[in-house]
Design a protein around this ligand. Structure first.
Ligand SMILES: [Zn+2]
Length: 351
């Protein structure tokens, strides 16, 4: 499948942290042709395994979940209050279009309502809205109407706009954090189809990263990998007003190799190994500037007696907002680098 088409499918799937069923089903369908075995674990991780010649295991992790919201109260008049699931900037929530998933799985649209500027005082207009002031309007007039649609306290919701291709290279969509990483993992498996690898690949499509690196922790315990890589759609901030020292990554400079973030200091020998793989293949790369963000590798490297784990990411602008942007050449180069790692990882382990 073309990368843009794959990204579109994954971006469009519903998969708020804790509610990953739909996206997991889609990923299982897309991954099945390339793996020997697949299972869903107790917490909902999708673990797909591709057998290698040796018993040594490389864990490749990408999280399926996306940041979203959860209905926390239904007003008598039918307005919904909500709690964030994952790291939102509350300032960007007002006036967004929202999709709530009901108990039966149907989708209900609404908007995060705000009072019109006409009725605000000049002082009020300067203040950002607070979370407790915000509500969702789904166009019903009472709590019972909202409940009749299948909405309950705890119903998950996502801010969703359609995927768009802006030009040959640039695509825009929701949840590239981390559907970009999921797509890299699927494309890597596709690319490796038919080749015999030394390492067994244990691919974990993780639940719950955005609410505490949950799935990666329990999956790593089960997989007991010899080595691990987390694949991410990471913070691109090469935009006006941001000094270069605060741009963790930029678009068009290739895959981002993490050296350290809030959750992990990557083993120096592993960083150099990834660099050398990129250089040998002529793949452009950049470093993700420390110490911004955190990834599943933070949980994986603390599993059992410890696992050496690295992070390779596709730079994406505007993550943790309703729409992010990425470049397809960065995406393809990330797939190339991860494939190379899967083929050569045994050298790092000295096998
Ligand atoms: Zn992420």
């Amino acid at each position: 499948m073309e990368s843009a088409e794959l990204l579109e499918k994954l971006s469009g799937a519903f998969g708020v942290s804790g509610f990953e069923e739909e996206v997991r089903e889609l990923i299982a369908k897309l991954t099945r042709p390339y793996v020997d075995e697949m299972r869903v674990d107790t917490l909902g991780n999708l673990i797909a395994t591709r057998a290698g010649r040796s018993g040594r295991v490389l864990m490749l992790d990408a999280h399926m979940d996306e940041i979203g919201l959860m209905v926390s109260y239904i007003e008598e008049e039918g307005f919904l209050r909500f709690a964030p699931l994952g790291g939102w900037d509350v300032r960007i929530l007002p006036a967004q279009a929202l999709t709530v998933r009901t108990r039966s799985g149907t989708l209900v649209k609404g908007v995060i309502g705000t009072p019109p500027p006409h009725i605000l005082s000049p002082k009020e207009r300067e203040q950002p809205f607070k979370l407790e002031e915000l509500f969702v309007d789904i166009g019903v007039g009472s709590r019972s109407e909202a409940e009749a649609l299948g909405i309950r306290i705890g119903s998950p919701a996502v801010i969703a706009y359609p995927f768009e291709r802006l030009n040959e290279q640039v695509v825009m969509g929701k949840a590239f954090d981390d559907r970009a990483g999921c797509a890299v993992l699927i494309k890597t498996l596709e690319r490796l189809q038919g080749s015999s690898l030394e390492l067994t690949l244990a691919c974990n499509f993780a639940i719950g990263e955005e609410t505490g690196l949950k799935g990666a922790r329990t999956a790593a315990y089960q997989i007991e990998p010899d080595l691990a890589l987390a694949l991410e759609g990471t913070i691109g901030a090469d935009t006006p007003g941001v000094p270069p020292s605060r741009q963790p990554t930029g678009l068009g400079k290739g895959p981002a190799i993490s050296v350290a973030d809030r959750t992990l200091i990557v083993n120096g020998r592993l960083v150099r190994f990834i660099e050398e793989l990129a250089e040998a293949q002529g793949i452009p790369y950049q470093y993700k500037l420390p110490p911004f963000g955190g990834t599943d590798a933070g949980a994986i490297h603390l599993s059992r007696g410890g696992v050496l784990a690295g992070v390779i990411s596709v730079p994406c602008r505007y993550i943790h907002s309703p729409l992010s942007l990425l470049r397809l050449d960065d995406f393809e180069n990330t797939v190339r680098l991860v494939s190379e790692f899967a083929k050569e990882g045994q050298r790092f382990l000295g096998v």
